[in-house]
Design a protein around this ligand. Structure first.
Ligand code: FAD
Length: 511
């Protein structure tokens, strides 16, 4: 029996990160561990994290949440991917869809065969790579359904239909998601403490956190502190001075103006990311409104200009005043210091381009559980946590940088800077490999799959010089037939799907 078990956890902050952590702890930790969450109504949450990636389904499953109930409560919609407009060049667009593109054959992924067909056929005779992704085709037709059970697939589509492998994420109101998880966590024993923390008490002589002090003088003692206080990093930075790795030379956007608008059409089953002169704009369709924002670099554009561009490019009437958020892209040098782990924006932020922040909250929680300490706080565990956290963050960082680097835009100083900047060596290697041979390798445990890298590299105009020689296991004619069959399967599947709006009405319409 370990008599050094932690019994008293204090979570500081009640944004998405705080309540996700509290909910997971309430479900997965022993009931005899006291979990308290402190939040201040005076200090608002960021509240604009509205788009997610498919891994969030695993988090919701771990909590046994009813997915339709969660979507009704958070006024959520379904997400099949992200459409990138004006990124490769002005007037171009492509989708980064979740899930597969075509079916692999033998030892090679589908895209090698596609590349060969594309490179050896007359221009325009082979459909775009995008056309072989059910997610992408369905998204552009405003259709959606969850992955089907093979037993329910109509016989004419066959048990191998891509309908059985649809991957999806969600768009939702992040404030409502935090509230939903709050109900969940409180019902399972998490105690919420309202008020503002004004001081942190460190223990002598090792500098571990003993307690936080509230504005009314109350002292909240804890053995283990989770810092979910947002950008300010109340514990991890202000008290423990973890330090910050600034990545703004690679990810130069440092401001976002958020502006919700009325919906003017049924919700699209995908996020839109529209590049402008010094950044990009998001459109995230929810059931009751559309979330919009303009992420930009203040080095290259004034706030007034960014606001004007956003207002000009929203589709519906604004329903709130524009709100500006400031950030520096990067991460804490150490996410876990002594008896404090930072989760969420307190641990760093890399801008919302691929909707990764909420996922990083989820993966930090999973890492924390797998390395959950006792009161000895073994340094080897802490080091491992920090190593794994950095590994994840650096790979996501490189994927985001790819979007800025792989552009042909030369219309503004911002895009000239991005196009010509030096990128991390690992990313430069990936780009060079794809350019030479169309080959892509995913680093172990990389969040984004080969098809993600493929869609962005291909979508933004990086053209491989050769195709894979092993595709010659198929004759030219057989390769063309392979393309035809794959495309037909995607088209039949998309035609069998309901519209996104119909699916929501049937499954999870908010009241
Ligand atoms: C512009 C923008 C767009 C984004 N879009 C997405 C997206 O599409 N998808 C995605 O996954 N993520 C997105 N994110 C990130 C996402 O919003 C955050 O990861 C998520 O909301 C978690 O925030 P948080 O809980 O860490 O911090 P916050 O929301 O800032 O919460 C901090 C909490 O700490 C409390 N607090 C702070 N100081 C004190 C104190 N002294 N005393 C008591 N309480 C205190 C506050 O009251 C609050 O409850 C976006 C972020 C930004 C900035």
């Amino acid at each position: 029996m370990n008599n050094k078990r932690i019994r008293n956890v204090v979570i500081v902050g009640g944004g998405t990160a705080g309540w996700m952590t509290a909910a997971a702890m309430s479900k997965l930790l022993d009931r005899d561990i006291k979990v308290r969450l402190i939040e201040s109504d005076e200090i608002s949450t960021v509240g604009v994290g509205e788009a997610t990636i498919p891994m969030i389904k695993l988090f919701n499953q771990a909590l046994d949440l009813d997915e339709n109930d969660f979507l009704k409560f958070t006024k959520g919609t379904f997400k099949l991917g992200i459409e990138f407009v004006n990124w490769g060049n002005i007037g171009e667009s492509y989708m980064h869809g979740f899930g597969e593109i075509g079916r692999h054959l033998g030892v090679l992924d589908f895209y090698h065969y596609w590349l060969r067909a594309h490179m050896t056929s007359p221009a325009g005779s082979v459909p775009d790579l995008q056309q072989f992704s059910l997610n992408n085709v369905a998204a552009k037709m405003d259709r959606f359904m969850r992955a089907a059970n093979p037993a329910t697939i109509p016989p004419e589509l066959g048990p191998n239909s891509p309908l059985t492998r649809i991957a999806n994420a969600f768009h939702f109101d992040a404030g409502l998601y935090a509230r939903y998880l709050r109900h969940y966590a409180e019902a399972r024993g998490v105690e919420r403490i309202e008020g503002k923390i004004v001081d942190t008490v460190l223990r002598e002589p090792d500098g571990f956190i003993d307690a936080v002090v509230m504005e009314n003088g109350t002292r909240i003692d804890g053995e283990f502190f989770i810092d979910c206080s947002g950008f300010r990093g109340l514990l991890i930075e202000q008290a423990l001075h973890a330090g910050f790795d600034d990545w703004s030379h690679w990810l130069p956007c440092d401001r976002a103006i958020a502006l919700p608008t009325e919906s003017v059409a049924p919700p699209r089953p995908y996020t839109q990311s529209i590049a402008h002169g010094a950044g990009w704009q998001w459109r995230i369709p929810l059931q009751h409104r559309v979330g919009n924002g303009h992420v930009f670099s203040s080095r290259f554009m004034s706030e007034d200009e960014a606001a004007a561009i956003l207002l000009k490019n929203v589709e519906g009437k604004p329903i709130a005043e524009p709100r500006t958020l400031r950030f520096t892209t990067g991460k804490r040098k150490k996410g876990w210091v002594k008896n404090c782990v930072a989760i969420g924006l307190a641990s760093g932020f890399m801008e919302p381009l691929e909707s990764t922040s909420i996922h990083m909250v989820q993966s930090a929680i999973a890492r924390l559980f797998s390395l959950f300490p006792d009161r000895d706080f073994v340094q080897a565990d802490i080091d491992e946590y920090n190593l794994l956290t950095d590994y994840e963050a650096e790979r996501i960082r490189d994927f985001l940088i790819l979007h800025y680097k792989a552009t042909r835009r030369d219309d503004t100083p911002f895009w000239n800077y991005c196009r010509t900047m030096e990128v991390p060596e690992a990313l430069a290697r990936k780009i060079a490999l794809f350019e030479s041979n169309g080959r892509i390798f995913r680093d172990t445990d990389d969040l984004f799959a080969v098809v993600s890298l493929l869609q962005v590299m291909q979508g933004q105009g990086i053209k491989p010089q050769r195709y894979h020689p092993m595709t010659h296991t198929l004759s030219e004619a057989d390769n063309r037939e392979f393309m035809r069959v794959q495309k037909a399967m995607v088209d039949q599947a998309a035609a069998a799907m309901p519209t996104h709006a119909e699916y929501i009405a049937r499954q999870c319409k908010a009241g």
